[in-house]
Ligand binder design. Structure first.
Ligand code: AMP
Ligand code: ZN
Length: 137
């Protein structure tokens, strides 16, 4: 398997590494939405959010907060987004799980605002019922 993020972990590819411990590594995104755009990834290769074991996910979240604090303090953005894309339809292009931390500024043209839909009639309840039926199953 040729994975660009595994190559970074193994030092077969270069990256601007910001943090590393036994389980997690964080580095700058090479094509940033804004400068300082950071990725936080597990050292073990998991394809997506659902594949990551809970204990590693907890560590990833904690590290994502640590890096977010560092970004806020060092770059003083007006805000930031923490996102994860899962599946090609959601924009995932590297299939080694990662959180993005994206600093944002009031004057940005990048805004995490989408074409929002309206639920029609009872469809909001129907969507909720479908999801609820799986939550505790
Ligand atoms: P996603 O589209 O959510 O899978 O995000 C993958 C991210 O990885 C993109 O934002 C890319 O710019 C970034 N990326 C790809 N290759 C590298 C690399 N060699 N070093 C740092 N970031 C990378
Ligand atoms: Zn990988």
């Amino acid at each position: 398997m040729n994975c660009i993020f595994c190559n970074i972990i193994n030092r077969n590819s270069n990256a601007e590494i910001l943090f590393e411990d036994d389980d997690i590594i964080s580095f700058l995104d090479i094509r940033p939405v804004n400068f300082g755009h950071t990725l936080v990834i597990p050292k073990t290769h998991y394809e997506n959010f659902l594949a990551v074991p809970d204990d590693i996910l907890a560590k990833l979240i904690k590290t994502t907060k640590l890096l977010s604090v560092a970004i806020v303090k060092s770059l003083t953005p007006d805000g930031f987004n923490v996102i994860t894309n899962n599946g090609t339809a959601a924009g995932q292009s590297v299939f080694h799980f990662h959180f993005h931390i994206i600093p944002s500024y009031d004057e940005d043209d990048f805004k995490f605002k989408l074409n929002l839909k309206n639920y029609l009639d009872s469809s909001m309840r129907e969507y909720a019922d479908k999801i609820r039926s799986e939550v505790n199953s």
